[in-house]
Design a protein around this ligand. Structure first.
Ligand code: PLP
Length: 340
């Protein structure tokens, strides 16, 4: 069986594993106070061309989103995201379990559009007694989105300028940041990101590490006591170096971007084949996730050899997600194209 349902189905890039094995018997300080973590923080600052950011390592995306959002908001404050936002649909109410409400803007392609955000804020501001509502305080967008779509630099600049004007924090969920940044439909570079949000994370779990996400905090207000929140929510690992060592390997000699390009070029090959063969795409994605409307009979046939994520059902058709990853091979892609 060849699996295309997600991008976390393999272990880790061999260079990441090698670094873990080579340092296995070393004794270091715990809880991210070791020299590898310091080096990884420096490396991330260098990659971002920004020496002022704080960097912390966490284990997974849901945990990261929960800690970032909860540490930034008071109990009456809310985070806004598009309806399809991971925090809204796929995190079992993690944010809400910490006491913060999620407000949503309807989105057909996974993106948060400025006009929709403005309408939501306008509605809040028009309340006679605003204290009766939760107070919008943070925006959470995913880059790239859960639908494989991307933001341009201008879109992000406009969103961030509005957030600053309205005193809203902008948080970017970068679970697949590398796959987004190497795609042809964005002009964003990784060093732009710290200038266009208050906090974001560089995803590792889907991008070549065994597990791990690197949280980058730009806004001073959000830096304070972050490690206490990490500890309180079970995110401050005693063996913290296992996270930072993986990022050291991943960011060495641009490995992060090189392997992101492999995933995206394989996804583009699949996209081209789908279009050539007359399939309809559900979202216009240039990243590693492709969404295709598939006749159920054809899907049944394909499922003898492949697995996909079933996104939604339309009559006798299913929208499936085909995901490539840093580890996808050309042979796997060619086999799928042949069967399509
Ligand atoms: C946009 C986004 N954020 C966060 C996550 C992290 O989820 P998990 O905690 O299951 O690793 C995912 C996983 O699919 C995701 O797609």
């Amino acid at each position: 069986m060849i699996r295309f349902d997600s991008d976390y189905l393999e272990g880790a890039h061999p260079k990441v594993l090698k670094q873990i094995v080579e340092t296995n018997y070393e004794q270091t300080e715990g809880y991210g106070r070791d020299d590898y973590t310091k080096k990884a923080v420096d490396k991330i600052r260098k990659v971002l061309k920004n020496e002022d950011v704080d960097v912390h390592f966490l284990v997974g995306g849901t945990q990261t989103n929960m800690i970032v959002v909860n540490s930034a908001l008071r109990s009456y404050e809310a985070v806004i995201c598009p309806t399809s936002g991971h925090i809204n649909v796929h995190e079992a109410g993690a944010i809400e379990s910490c006491g913060n409400k999620i407000l949503t803007c309807t989105s057909m392609d996974g993106k948060l559009y400025l006009e929709d955000l403005k309408a939501l804020i306008k509605q809040y501001e028009s309340e006679d007694v605003p204290e009766h509502r939760v107070k919008p305080k943070m925006i959470c967008i995913s880059l790239p989105t859960e639908c494989g779509t991307n933001y341009t630099k201008k879109e992000l600049v406009d969103l961030y300028n509005y957030c600053k004007k309205k005193k809203l924090y902008l948080y970017i969920d970068g679970a697949r940041l590398g796959y987004g940044l190497v795609a042809k439909d964005t002009d964003l570079k990784i060093e732009d990101i710290p200038n266009l949000c208050d906090v974001f994370y560089i995803g590792g779990t889907k991008q070549g590490t065994l597990f791990g996400e690197a949280v980058v905090i730009i806004n001073k207000e959000l830096k304070k006591d972050f490690r206490y929140y990490m500890k309180q929510k079970g995110g401050l690992l005693a063996k913290g170096r296992l996270l930072s060592i993986q990022f050291l390997a991943l960011l060495d000699k641009d490995l992060y971007f090189k392997i992101s390009k492999v995933a995206v070029s394989n996804a583009m090959k699949i996209r081209k084949a789908l279009l050539n063969k007359g399939y309809d795409l559900y979202y216009d994605s240039y990243t590693n996730q492709q969404f295709v409307i598939m006749d159920n009979n054809k899907l049944k046939e394909l499922e003898k050899e492949f697995t996909f994520f079933k996104w939604l059902t339309i009559d006798n058709k299913t929208v499936i997600r085909i995901c490539t990853s840093w580890a996808t091979t050309e042979e796997q892609v060619d086999k799928l194209i042949e069967e399509l």
